[in-house]
Ligand binder design. Structure first.
Ligand code: CA
Ligand code: CA
Ligand code: CA
Length: 546
């Protein structure tokens, strides 16, 4: 891959803009790198380093007298605020980029931390990034005051720290050590993968790794082993994986595993999980690979209708996540799904595919089921309907550039079979579609026209003269129209689905379509989203013109 001087200059120009505007706008979108030129992570890393150098040069020009920040590539090292342990200077911005060998991670440990305090860290702060700092989707946290940030491990081989001080009040600052992690670490992402050192090659003897997984306060951690093969012995005293339901080994011991049987799926009771891996002085194995996720990132939905959204919506989603929402309704239902908001990173302009961030929908329960579609950018999305009673939605994001994400609404719909003659409707609904309902909950027009129960179906046979069926002129053809009601209400909540049924009696053609409250809501949301998009496009046009 080759960068022409103009391309490098272009990157430099847009970056100077970024520095000057930094306080006003932290959007990652300012960094407009044409990704078609950067088609792998290696390349984007090189670009990141280049950008970082340009930033440093720019800063050196603008802040004469105080030098700070830099690129660190040794396997371990220390970073401290300028003048540490003396007071840090006023009005300073420093940026450090740590890059260690590929396939390893960076572990940060703070030794001293003392910054001016503000409730939102608006005065002096440090920001820690899981990757390059120009991308807010990588932000692990912002810190100030005297409460030291916890240990952090990056999910890849790059980490950044930014330090900012304002015009008044200075303290002693901070000192932080980093080291390249061979194994283990402190993981705070919504989801992630852990594996034994060197996996899938044989793990080393005398390994001693520990992963502390912390997710947000309201979540729990689920751990799933994808592969597992360790030296086997009874009691697992030689090589083993041990799991604890909390941050330390003093917490409840969830299990100790060795051999070739995959451990069961583990769910913690709190937001911490500790994973230990130890090997003794001889005999190894392939090791293990496992992935973890917090329930912000993995949901099972079983209500007849519901909503969900990408993590942190309407704020930007994190980089580098893989989240699953699986909708499973009672047998017989179909699922109608719609995305009122879709705002992900744009498609790859070279391949014209959603290679970076995407939402994919599968017609079933796993990613081996047929793909209904994959979206990114601001793609308009159609209403989707499943073939069966299950749908899987998967969000994948890459290592840079994050947007607001998506919201999704779904609704379970019942397959209604309708036919008509010149004088009556026949409506059939498979009984197994509505196992929880009585026949009285299914009626045409008014609650006196309830369904009958046959061997396999709910059946409504209704003369046009009954049940409030009425004639309506549509394009000069008279059709008979009524409403079919399916009442899912329980003691707590009213939930009445309405279906419009109609019959062209002359030609004996009948049709049915759902018009329930949820459907109306979905359509309303669709219209509003469209309006918003049009409005936004209008604004963009206006901006271009002025
Ligand atoms: Ca200050
Ligand atoms: Ca061993
Ligand atoms: Ca991205």
């Amino acid at each position: 891959m080759y960068f022409s001087p103009t391309q490098i200059q272009a990157a430099g120009v847009s970056l100077s803009g970024n520095i000057n505007n930094r306080d006003r706008n932290h959007s990652s979108q300012q960094l407009r790198l044409d990704k078609s030129r950067i088609n792998n992570n290696n390349m984007s890393l090189r670009v990141a380093i280049l950008i970082h150098l340009l930033l440093l040069v720019d800063k050196a020009d603008s802040k004469k007298g105080v030098k700070c920040g830099g690129i660190l590539s040794a396997p371990s090292g220390n970073i401290s605020s300028p003048n540490f342990p003396g007071l840090y200077p006023y009005n300073i911005d420093c940026s450090w980029l740590i890059v260690v060998a590929e396939d390893s991670s960076v572990l940060l440990t703070f030794h001293h931390f003392e910054l001016e305090y503000h409730a939102n860290c608006a005065y002096d702060y440090i920001k820690i990034y899981n990757g390059i700092s120009e991308d807010e989707g990588n932000l692990l946290g912002t810190f100030c005051g005297d409460i030291s940030p916890p240990q952090f491990t990056s999910s890849w081989n790059v980490m950044s720290i930014i330090f900012h001080s304002d015009r008044h009040v200075a303290y002693r600052g901070f000192s932080v050590g980093y080291r390249k992690d061979v194994c283990g670490g402190v993981l705070t992402g919504l989801s992630g993968v852990i594996s034994s050192p060197g996996y899938p090659l044989e793990y080393s003897n005398n390994a001693d790794c520990s992963w502390a997984i912390h997710v947000s306060n309201t979540s729990v951690v689920t751990l799933v082993f994808l592969d597992f093969q360790l030296e086997n012995n009874e009691g697992c005293n030689f090589d083993f994986v041990a799991l604890f339901d909390g941050p330390t080994v003093t917490h409840h011991h969830l299990g100790k595993y060795c051999g070739a049987d995959r451990p069961p799926i583990i769910v913690t009771t709190s937001n911490h999980l500790l994973v230990l891996f130890k090997s003794d002085f001889n005999i190894g194995g392939r090791g293990f690979k496992a992935y973890y996720y917090s329930d912000e990132c993995q949901q099972v939905l079983s209500d007849v209708n519901g909503n969900f959204s990408s993590p942190h919506f309407p704020n930007i989603y994190p980089n580098n996540i893989n989240c699953h929402w699986s909708i499973t309704l009672a047998a017989g239902y179909r699922i109608k799904l719609f995305f009122p908001v879709m705002d992900l990173e744009d498609r790859n302009s070279l391949s014209d595919k959603c290679d970076y961030d995407s939402v994919a929908v599968y017609d079933g329960e796993s990613q081996t089921d047929p793909l209904l579609g994959r979206w990114c950018g601001r793609d308009p999305t159609p209403f989707l309907v499943s073939k069966g009673n299950k749908l899987l939605v998967v969000l994948n994001t890459d290592r840079n550039e994050a947007h607001r994400g998506f919201t999704a609404s779904y609704l379970g719909v019942v397959p209604v079979n309708i036919s008509c003659t010149r004088s009556e409707f026949t409506i059939l609904i498979p009984q197994h579609s509505l196992p929880q309902l009585d026949r009285e909950n299914i009626y045409l027009g008014d609650p006196s026209c309830t369904a009958q129960l046959t061997a396999t179906s709910y059946k409504i046979l209704a003369q046009f003269v009954n049940c409030g069926t009425a004639g309506q002129k549509i394009r000069n053809i008279t059709v008979l129209v009524n409403k079919l009601y399916i009442d899912f209400s329980d003691g707590k909540q009213q939930n009445l689905q309405e279906y419009r049924v109609q019959c062209d009696a002359l030609r004996k053609i009948a049709s049915v379509s759902i018009i329930s409250a949820e459907e109306r809501l979905l359509e309303e949301q669709a219209k509003q989203t469209e309006k918003k998009v049009l409005k936004l496009q209008g604004v963009q046009k206006l901006c271009l013109m002025t």
